[in-house]
Design a protein around this ligand. Sequence first.
Ligand code: ADP
Ligand code: MG
Length: 630
Amino acid sequence: MAQKGHIGVTSENIFPIIKKFLYSDHEIFLRELVSNAVDATQKIKTLGSVGEYKGELGDLTVHVKVDESAGTITISDKGLGMTAEEIDKYINQIAFSSANEFLDKYKDDANAIIGHFGLGFYSAFMVAKKVEIITKSYKEGAQAVKWYSDGVNPEYTIEDADKAERGTDIVLHLDEENKNFLEKAELTRLLNKYCKFLPVPVAFGKKTEWKDGKSIETEEDNVINETAPAWTLKPADLKEEDYKKFYQTLYPYSDEPLFWIHLNVDYPFKLTGILYFPKIKNNVEVQKNKIQLYCNQVFVTDSVEGIVPEFLTLLHGVIDSPDIPLNVSRSYLQSDQNVKKISSHITKKVADRLEEIFKSDRNQFEEKWDSLKLFVEYGMLTDDKFYDRAAKFSLLKNTEGKFFTFGDYKTLIESNQTDKEGNLIYLYTSNKDEQYTYIQEAQAKGYDVLLLDGQLDAHLAGLLERKFEKSRFVRVDSDTINNLIPKEEEAKLDLSDAQKESLEEAFKSQLPAIEKVEFTVALKALGESGQPLQITQNEFMRRMKEMSAMQPGFALYGDMPENFSLTVNADHPLVKKVLAEVDGKTKEEAASFAAQQPVVRQLIDLALLSNGMLKGEGLANFVKRSIELI
Ligand code: ADP
Ligand code: MG
């Protein structure tokens, strides 16, 4: 018997659409056909186990074969096969019913079309000029049949065939433009990408071995997949090594992960997977978006934006869910209620797991904190719910390398670092070496200094100021020590206006010209043992500058000169000496006095030096002058 007919397509011709719109994603044909073969195999297993199929199951390996001279790829399974009626029902009739609806709706949106189709069987026509199905159903006395279509017209032929064994062969006659898929290396790549964790063995050719200096084929099937990857197993059956080994399978040659979370959700959606916290290197972008998304062990994508919260795209690993509507467009995905639930569920799981480690093994948690904190801070900054959870285990580190929870740190500094208005002042440094003198001074006062030198720490400080009550984060070098945490009224300057003017001018006149830097000179009474001169930069201005460096839109602040304060301590003996010399002089006279002797410039240079601002010629002059003074 031979029957001809029309494939159930009403809108013009589906084939050109398949070829045109799905151009960029041609390679998924292999995933679709192999996963169909796997589905058919699992169905026969089920039928066997419930007693509906009584024959031998036999070797159920799915085979992918290439015949280069014939230009064909064949995918063979020993699944449940199809009868002629079933082909008619599953291949001819319903294949496009949903596609038709969709095409009508999204005629003008190629992306939506590309995103929508998990075209399934018909994706074969993206690469083949002719496709054959040779199949024999498991049903007793079933007649083997062959179906073929040339993919130009929506026409097919179906006829009786010779096939001894149960199962299905799909034969693709590749068209000219897609002959590259006949190459062994290319097929290996695709099988590795899409089929690596399918639940039924998939063989591509035979294993090879080295003999007499050349590679020869053995009898053994070259099975390309791991049928029971770690995420499909029970956590109780897995050891630490198994998780680490699986990580290496996913990302060969990577550093060991810090922690992992085995996800296993049944309700209200199904989801399994393992998420790993990787060791973060400097370049965050490279490490982003490495989570692989699977649908029943079939690889779908490794771009998971919209499915996991942005900050978790830094995690690595696998998520597998039959409930994520995978073959729809991204924007649809992001508004999907299930996906939203998945996203918040994963966030909660991640927070729970971190809290658990924090509670059960604080030492390990602290050891790994430096690598871990980028996730945690990113999460706190972008997700309020995550902030609430993470605030329990998030840590602050001080310059001595000690770790504190938010609560513990508050207790530590409360008594000594509250200013006269009742604000709690968190002192921090962004660079222990550059701000060394300031840290020393703060510590001499009994203050504690936090080390905030991470990529997101400046933003974190801003966030915590908003979250904590009556609290401010102040960098140690942003003001003189007494003003960092103002406690009582400042000591009064005991100078006449004329004295102030000439003393100020003596120092102002000797300030070097530094490009894009402006100084404001201020006289203060800071005690005899205080620093004679100190350069500081206002916290607010500096943060604006820092932000402008990260966000191009803030360029206004980036172009403004940086403003520094030069505080002159009128109580210091050296400053007093200068005052004695310029007292009663006009501004011009004070300036010319300052220029003629080394003390003023020497003091200024020392202040610049401890701020890392003395460079080039200025530094050379300073060295020269210092030697002369000795
Ligand atoms: P889906 O897999 O989403 O159902 P496909 O277009 O991939 O859609 O396949 C359509 C139908 O064709 C399948 O549901 C199945 O009934 C049948 N089919 C496809 N490939 C095979 C196969 N190798 N063995 C048995 N039946 C198959
Ligand atoms: Mg399918």
